[in-house]
Every structure is written in structure tokens, then in C-alpha cells.
Design a binder for this molecule. Structure first.
Ligand code: ATP
Length: 271
């Protein structure tokens, strides 16, 4: 199916460059494919490669300005997944290194939040659940646009890994306990991601162990607002963290709320 639709790329047209990251299943390289700068994720293990190949079929059907775009795959000594190059790396490092100098203005933090929300709104509209939404899985383009990455691949993770490997600090209680993943469990993760953005890339639930997080969150404990976080943004986090999934807003609703925040913080520029 991939070859029929042109998603099978030609290794001869690919030039591999420097190693730019390590994924769970293999290294990520910078490269050039037919004069376009790309990122290449290599998966050496054949079994994993097969599973990934199935999931990339999902990815080929998704296109949105806030999702990292798949160019195609190369089958050669395992699997190479070729995507657009996101020169500014992942959102955690972006926030930590540029932190207050770039993101300080709440406006910029909000722009990043809206970007991610729009990507997720698109996935929601396609009835797809990400399962691993976190700042480390959001990448930043050369022109500072935040795009969601690793969508469509996350189901592979849950097959390969077990419950013990769930990203506890980002996962909704019902997903942790009963493996009930849904758009609303993605919304919970999005709330944690908002907290990461407005704390400039801090690790969530600082100083708490995973077991402690599991137990306390179940009992109703929630993180405090990050320093200098606008109260209205913190209240968005809190609705994302409603214990009851159906009390959480969807991404469409969240985006509307964020748009309103943008208007409040940049008065006069409303056009
Ligand atoms: P997996 O979800 O398959 O376990 P991972 O999340 O461990 O993978 P990735 O996030 O895919 O690994 O990649 C690891 C790192 O490589 C990222 O944090 C990022 O810094 C870099 N990277 C990945 N894809 C790109 C890209 N398209 N452009 C630029 N850098 C990238």
C-alpha cells in the first residue's frame, strides 16, 4: 500500500548527516532528501519495524500544520522513517534553553500552547488518540512553530512495552488504572504539557516519585500553578485534570478558550 501511494522513498536520494537524537528504538539523523532537509529515524529491529510500518500508514493520512509531517519511509536494513526536519528540536529543550528570554512573554507561551492544541484538535477530529502527549514529543520548526510528533506511532509503544512503561506523570488516572485511553486522557496530558510550557520546561511533579504521583493524584492532589502563570491559564490546566474524563473539555473547546486568552493578553491586535 505504501509503495502504491508513493510513500516508499528511494534510499539513493537520501544523504544522511549528523546524529541529532536518540529514540527508544534507534537513532535520529539529520539528512537531505531531494534537496529538502529531513530527519531520519532508524529502526533496526525487524519486529518493531513491521509494527512501525503499519502505524506509518496511519501517519500518511494525516496532514496538519501542527503535526510533524511524514515524507515517507525507506526499507533498507530495517526501517527509516523520514519526516520534515524540526531544526529547533524538542519543546522541553527549547523551553529550557530559551526559557524566559523567548517564552517569558505569556503571549509566546500561549502561541506554543495554541499550536499544540490545534494539532490535537485535528487528531481529535480524526478520532485518533495520541497516548503519549508531552513536551518531549512536541518539536519546534525553524520558524518556531510547535508540532506534535510521534502520533500514530504510540500504539506501537503500547504493544511493545507494557503498562509499567507508561509515562506516569502525563497519563490520566483512568488510563493508568484501567488502560482507558481516549481523547479525554490526551486532554489530561495536554494539561500537564501546559504546565511544562508555563514552567519553562520543568519536570512535572518536581521531587515526587512515580508511585507518589499515582497515589496522590488518585486522591485528588494536583500540581500548583507555575510561578507567574496567569490564573486563567492555570484554571485551564485544572479542567484538563478533572478526575472524571467527561468533565474535561475537548480540544476544540480548549482552543476556543486559548484564543480568548490570546485576545486578552494582546489587546488591540485583534484582527
Ligand atoms: P519513540 O517515541 O519512538 O520512542 P522517542 O520519542 O524516544 O521515540 P523521538 O522523540 O522520535 O524519540 O526522537 C528523539 C529526539 O530526536 C527528539 O527528542 C528530537 O530531539 C530529535 N528528533 C526527532 N524527530 C525529529 C525531527 N523531525 N526533527 C528534528 N529533531 C528530531
Amino acid at each position: 500500500e505504501l509503495s502504491k501511494n508513493g510513500w516508499l522513498l528511494d534510499i539513493e536520494k537520501l544523504t544522511l548527516g549528523e546524529n541529532i537524537g536518540e529514540g527508544e528504538f534507534g537513532a535520529v539523523y539529520e539528512g537531505v532528501y531531494m534537496s529538502q532537509r529531513v530527519a531520519v529515524k532508524t529502526i533496526k529491529c525487524d519486529v518493531t519495524a513491521q509494527a512501525f510500518l503499519q502505524e506509518t500508514t496511519v501517519m500518511t493520512k494525516l496532514q496538519h500544520k501542527n503535526l510533524v509531517r511524514l515524507l515517507g519511509v525507506i526499507l533498507h536494513k530495517g526501517l527509516h522513517i523520514v519526516t520534515e526536519l524540526m531544526t529547533k528540536g524538542n519543546l522541553v529543550n527549547f523551553l529550557r534553553t530559551r526559557g524566559r528570554s523567548l517564552v517569558c512573554v505569556h503571549n509566546n507561551a500561549l502561541v506554543l500552547s495554541v499550536d499544540v492544541c490545534e494539532g490535537m484538535e485535528y487528531l481529535e477530529s480524526k478520532k485518533l488518540v495520541h497516548r503519549d502527549l508531552a513536551a518531549r514529543n512536541v518539536l519546534i520548526s525553524d520558524d518556531n512553530v510547535a508540532k506534535v510528533s510521534d502520533f500514530g506511532l504510540t500504539k506501537v509503544d503500547s504493544k511493545v512495552s507494557d503498562k509499567a512503561k507508561l509515562p506516569v506523570k502525563w497519563t490520566a488516572p483512568e488510563a493508568l488504572k484501567k488502560e482507558k485511553f481516549s481523547t479525554k486522557s490526551d486532554v489530561w496530558s495536554y494539561g500537564i504539557l501546559l504546565w511544562e510550557i508555563f514552567s519553562y520546561g520543568r519536570q512535572p511533579y518536581p521531587k515526587m516519585s512515580l508511585q507518589e504521583v499515582k497515589d496522590k493524584v488518585e486522591q485528588g492532589y494536583r500540581m500548583e500553578a507555575p510561578e507567574d502563570c496567569p490564573p486563567s491559564v492555570y484554571s485551564l490546566m485544572r479542567v484538563c485534570w478533572e478526575q472524571e474524563p467527561r468533565k474535561r473539555p475537548g480540544f476544540h473547546k480548549l482552543r476556543e478558550k486559548l484564543d480568548r486568552e490570546m485576545e486578552k493578553l494582546s489587546p488591540g491586535s485583534g484582527s
